[in-house]
Design a binder for this molecule. Structure first.
Ligand code: C5P
Length: 240
């Protein structure tokens, strides 16, 4: 049973679970934000789509041996998860150059990386989530060298699995962001969400952008695009 509100973020509300202090309920909102909250809008149905897409992906990853905070979808917009202490790092994995890396390093748009590139950003809105190195991460995010190695290995495994599953759904996984959290026993698991809000997905045949860039760049109907992603995953991804 849903308890009191613990926290409200840009995309989700987090609730306690009554009589259960090791779990939480995440409620996905219809709000869309970009450019670190500088651009905002609301899309009826977006919360439902991101909840269902994330649930499907976390179930798939679980079946492939990836531990996460995900327990189950409760309804269209809510899911039950294990409570973790979120590590304040955004772990970004890039397969193809676009977005901030092209501007920051002058890499040509659509350059395909021979090996995925991992970047760490420090989750801090007041600093605009800066790119940081491992030494900064150890200092700011209270992680060890071993934790960072672990996070990177897990992120690369997740990248391989997601690339495959999205390809089956006719989508190229260009880049994405992961967050991890610590369980009470100290172990680190995948947390937050994996959705078109946190991934760049290009239609394999047409190259069309099928993710939050639709909102960032005003280039289409966000709900139509997210619904297509869900339909394709439901059609192609069988979770045993
Ligand atoms: O903006 P940038 O090119 O660095 O984004 C890389 C990837 O990380 C994109 O898929 C983007 O959607 C995701 N991201 C995110 N949340 C952020 C920053 C980036 O989901 N705060």
């Amino acid at each position: 049973m849903k308890g009191s509100l613990l926290y409200e973020g840009k995309a989700k509300k987090v609730y306690h679970v009554e009589g259960q202090d090791q779990q939480l309920i995440l409620s996905y909102k219809n709000d869309a934000t970009a450019f670190n909250g500088k651009k905002k809008a609301e899309f009826e149905g977006k919360g439902r789509l991101n909840n269902l897409i994330t649930s499907k992906i976390f179930q798939y990853l679980h079946a492939q041996g990836i531990s996460s905070h995900f327990i189950k979808a409760l309804n269209d917009t809510e899911q039950q998860v294990y409570k973790t202490e979120i590590i304040p790092l955004e772990v970004v994995i890039r397969n193809i150059a676009t977005g901030s890396i092209t501007k920051r390093l002058g890499i040509e748009e659509k350059t395909v990386f021979l090996q995925p590139i991992i970047e760490l950003f420090y989750k801090d809105d007041s600093l605009d989530d800066p790119l940081i190195n491992d030494e900064h991460a150890k200092l700011l995010a209270n992680v060890t060298e071993y934790d960072l190695d672990d996070l990177k290995i897990e992120a690369l495994k997740i990248n391989s699995l997601l690339k495959k599953v999205f390809l089956e759904a006719g989508l190229t996984l260009v880049d994405f962001k992961l967050e991890f959290g610590r369980l009470p026993d100290g172990s680190i698991v995948l947390a937050d969400e994996i959705s078109p809000d946190t991934c760049r997905l290009w239609d394999t045949k047409t190259g069309e952008k099928m993710d939050k860039d639709v909102f960032r760049n005003d280039i289409g109907d966000l709900i139509e695009v997210y619904q297509t992603i869900l339909n394709r995953l439901e059609e192609k991804v069988c979770v045993k």
